[in-house]
Design a protein around this ligand. Structure first.
Ligand code: NAD
Length: 350
């Protein structure tokens, strides 16, 4: 299959592109604007692979996006490009509205124009998969789970912009008949995660003996999914999902932030006992405004309809993730020494 992937140089996008090309043998065009969050090194394993092409492009650039559709002639689009960091959306929401809302509209319009040129089997098979987050549903009461029927209640500029993009994607299906699928996923973790997010920030701070800043009382709960499980889930929805439907993807691993950090400390105590105990590095910092208390996913529909199943257990996959950062300093060191040292950020985030 020829698949156009937007945001393929980001955290989830790179895991997805590697899976599509290396494991499944698909032909992929990665479209990415290479913002601060991109790390093209993540796709280095595909260098010289003739099933992969890269186009540096902004999803808001209507002409360039349209030209790439005509040239590549995708059989499917997997749309991941977005501004993704909640803290940045609080200090600078404009970029989130531009990329996540306007950029999604440009992608949908370009896909619609292209779809209208297709006929027969090509037209029947075409899919546009819009990738989104469970944060669009707001905060859950204790013990609750999101389902596909949960009410939208976004509470940060990031989640509001993603909610808007979800509505646009569904509207392009209802109004124009574009064969759209939507996925909303919980918090991802794994290799190649930009070190401003909770888990990689904690790993790299622990490695450097720096403080491990935890928002508020650390009791905010999240469902954690390994990024490779997410990539497999996206492919399952693309291949087997019903057009116009939404599927929630999660890891069935709800943990509070403090537990996540303590689990990381225990892993570091095992791997580097001479630097322990690492829990002494935990520091509670002022909570983020509007910090949602609980997100948790019920992935039952995706499990029943498309055969999605998370394969990784949190504690083991977290240790694998720590080992990846220990073994891949050349990936993160340049980022870490640039703008994003844990000390200067002083924040944790999902
Ligand atoms: P990321 O920030 O790591 O990567 C985003 C990528 O999009 C980067 O490569 C960036 O260069 C690119 N990009 C940004 N603006 C662009 C533009 N205007 N034009 C073209 N490319 C642009 O993000 P991620 O964590 O990999 O998330 C990918 C998608 O999955 C997003 O849509 C996000 O909302 C969604 N999601 C993320 C999580 C998570 O836990 N990280 C959970 C659920 C859903």
């Amino acid at each position: 299959m020829r698949i156009l992937v937007t945001g393929g140089c980001g955290f989830i996008g790179s895991a997805l592109v590697l899976h599509l090309v290396q494991d499944l043998g698909h032909e992929v065009l990665t479209l990415d604007a290479l913002t601060y969050a991109a790390n093209p090194i993540s796709l280095m394993p595909l260098k010289g692979n003739n099933r992969h092409r890269f186009a540096e492009a902004d999803i808001c650039d209507h002409e360039k996006v349209g030209a790439l559709f005509s040239e590549f002639r995708p059989e499917a689009v997997m749309h991941l490009a977005a501004e993704s960091h909640v803290d940045r959306s609080i200090t600078g929401p404009g970029a989130f509205i531009r990329t996540n809302v306007v950029g999604t509209q440009v992608m949908l319009e370009a896909a619609r124009a292209y779809y209208n040129t297709l006929s027969g089997a090509e037209r029947d098979a075409f899919r546009f998969l819009h990738v989104s987050t469970d944060e669009v549903y707001g905060s859950l009461p204790p013990g609750g789970f999101f389902t596909e029927e949960s009410r939208y209640d976004p509470r940060s500029p990031y989640s509001a912009s993603k909610a808007a993009s979800d509505h646009l994607a569904r509207a392009w299906h209802e109004t124009y008949g574009l064969p759209v699928l939507v996925t909303n996923c919980s918090n991802n973790y794994g290799p190649r995660h930009f070190p401003e997010k909770l888990i990689p920030l904690m790993i790299l701070n622990a490695l450097d003996g720096k403080n491990l800043p935890v928002y508020g009382d650390g009791q905010n709960e999240r469902d954690w999914i390994h990024v490779e499980d997410h990539a497999r889930g996206l492919v399952a929805v693309l291949e087997k999902g019903r057009v116009g439907e939404t599927y929630l993807l999660g890891g069935r691993s709800v943990r509070n932030n403090l537990d996540v950090v303590k689990t990381l400390c225990a892993i570091f105590d095992r791997l580097r006992p001479e630097a322990g105990p690492h829990e002494r590095l935990i520091q509670f910092v002022t909570d983020r405004p509007g910090h949602d208390r609980r997100y948790a996913i019920d992935p039952g529909k995706a499990e029943a309809e498309v055969g999605y199943k998370p394969t990784r257990t949190f504690e083991q996959a977290l240790e694998d993730t720590v080992r990846w950062y220990l073994d891949n300093e050349s990936w993160w060191r340049p980022i870490r020494e640039g703008r994003y040292s844990g000390e200067r950020l002083g924040l944790t985030a999902e």
